[in-house]
Design a protein around this ligand. Structure first.
Ligand code: SF4
Ligand code: SF4
Length: 220
């Protein structure tokens, strides 16, 4: 699998102590696979996650794409899925938690398709953790993240293609047709599946990708 440029994590906080620190003031960027899993977990549709403001969008200031995120716009910017149980903080989505939560405090760079260490994320864990040495591959396996890595990679490749075609907030200004396509692509990717969480079992990535690839490039 591509993206494993970082091989070994030395002095790494590899055991989660359920302190909940990483679920506060954190932007959880989602893939369509994450959205699908959250909707199925909550027995709702992807569209409702947005209309009920459980999820929202955040502008990526590098790519000018609108990234779907968990809406933590409350007083303390706490993830709405964080819950307290005695002295532990648990994730309501645990088995279906998003990719970025699954690999935390490790982080992933989409641009380079590689894993990297985030000092800020690790600092949140340090007071609670025995530091250890672990390979990236083992860490991902331990967190049941290997499939999520593959899915995330497929999605990020598609997203790069969409952005390279000119579908960014900057390039669609004053172009009504491109603007319409931009929001249609957003909707197709993030808000369409599942429509029925009880019958749909898998995010239909191939089908959606084929459809999105048929959209024309934004003209200059
Ligand atoms: S900050 Fe670290 S130890 Fe605390 S919940 Fe997050 S991953 Fe676990
Ligand atoms: S989804 Fe779960 S793990 Fe991720 S930030 Fe929210 S509570 Fe934390």
């Amino acid at each position: 699998m591509r993206g494993f440029k970082l091989k070994k994590l030395t002095g790494f906080p590899a055991e989660c102590k359920m302190c909940g620190h990483c679920c506060v003031q954190t932007k959880v960027i989602l893939s369509p696979f994450d959205i699908f899993a959250i909707a199925v977990h909550l027995k709702t549709s992807a569209a409702r996650l947005f209309t009920e403001k459980i999820l929202t969008y955040s502008i990526n200031t590098t790519t000018y794409w609108m990234e779907p995120v968990i809406n933590n716009k409350n007083d303390k910017e706490i993830c709405p899925f964080l819950m307290r149980q005695q002295d532990k903080y648990l994730c309501r989505l645990y088995n279906n938690r998003p990719f970025v939560c699954r690999i935390s405090p490790l982080a992933y760079s989409c641009e380079n398709n590689a894993f990297f260490r985030s000092a800020i994320a690790e600092k949140r864990c340090y007071p609670y953790q025995p530091l250890t040495v672990i390979s990236v591959s083992r860490y991902l396996k331990k967190n049941n993240s290997k499939k999520a890595v593959k899915k995330n990679y497929k999605y990020r490749l598609l997203l790069k293609k969409i952005i390279d075609k000119g579908y960014t907030l900057k390039k669609i200004v004053n172009k009504p047709a491109a603007k319409k396509n931009f929001f249609r692509i957003q909707q197709l990717l993030y808000e369409t599946c599942p429509a029925d969480p009880l019958t749909e079992k898998k995010y239909p990535f191939k089908k959606i990708k084929k459809y999105i690839n048929s959209f024309p490039a934004v003209t200059q």
